[in-house]
Design a protein around this ligand. Structure first.
Ligand code: ZN
Length: 279
């Protein structure tokens, strides 16, 4: 299996996996979304809330704020040596005290640890009029997206099969497919349509597989079969993964792959135990 990155920075990764199966591609996607832990606010103690929002809605909004997560610092609360009571190894506390008029923003959350703060300081939580105020204490803990969407470390996270554009000799170079293509993938040369090559790279990978070019070719009166055919390689996948900023996108991919590996090992061990019992 080959993995080639075309983009990798702190928050976005774009990569191609070759020699994989659709099942593996989907397992990786699901693992990145639902199995990589991150911090999110889970408990909120509200001392004063005279804003227009109910306490529950306020707590819900706080839960959705992405928090910078150092996975070497925190463990799961349910697996911690404090037996779930909450300690610096499994929870992080924030305080918030704002009086109106003004907007309560994520930057108003004051963390007990300056390294563990909201990813963005300008996320609006609630607007306050004069005399209104919000005073609360919030506790964030580690969990996964499988438990609740607020613990998902990813924003956009998906893949598509690698597109294959085949142009047959029956192409008469009418150019109708080029007009239809919104992604500017095709061009005409020597009276025949070709896939464009930009900076030495074929534009084939940018194809959204909408097949409008194929339909335009059929409508041009070419006959029973179009000259432009859009297919896909189901052993090669293009992934786009975007982090919400709580973890580096590289860390999300690594952790997701380690999760798949550990689940596979568990399954192999279980199967071996069954076969041993059978003997
Ligand atoms: Zn603990």
């Amino acid at each position: 299996m080959d993995l080639v990155f075309s983009r990798l920075d702190d928050s976005v990764a774009r990569f191609t996996i070759s020699g994989a199966t659709p099942a593996f591609a989907n397992a990786l996607r699901r693992s990145m979304i639902g199995e990589v832990p991150t911090l999110a606010i889970e408990d909120v103690r509200i001392y004063d809330n005279t804003s227009v929002l109910f306490d529950e809605i306020l707590a819900h909004r706080l839960g959705l704020i992405p928090i910078k997560t150092d996975l070497s610092q925190f463990g799961r609360r349910s697996e911690c040596s404090c037996e779930g009571r909450g300690c610096p190894h499994c929870t992080i506390s924030f305080t918030l005290s704002v009086e109106g008029p003004g907007t309560v923003i994520s930057g108003d959350l004051i963390s007990m640890d300056p390294r563990t703060t909201p990813v963005h300081n300008n996320i609006p939580i609630v607007k306050l009029w004069e005399t209104q105020k919000v005073v609360l204490e919030a506790t964030a803990e580690l969990n996964t997206g499988n438990e609740h969407a607020k613990w998902q470390p990813t924003l956009a996270c998906g893949y598509k099969e690698f597109p294959i554009i085949t142009i047959h000799d029956t192409c008469d170079g009418c150019g109708k497919c080029i007009v239809e293509c919104a992604r500017d993938i095709l061009e005409i040369s020597e009276n025949k349509v070709h896939v464009r090559v930009v900076n030495g790279e074929t534009k084939e990978r940018d194809c959204s597989m909408c097949r409008l070019c194929q339909i335009a070719c059929m409508n041009s009166g070419i006959g029973e079969n179009p000259a432009v055919i859009i297919g896909a390689d189901n052993t090669k996948f293009i992934f786009v993964v975007e982090s919400d900023g709580s973890l580096l996108v590289k860390e999300i991919i690594e952790r997701a792959l380690l999760h798949i590996k550990s689940r596979s090992t568990d399954l192999t061990d279980a199967l071996q135990d069954i076969s041993m019992e059978g003997l």
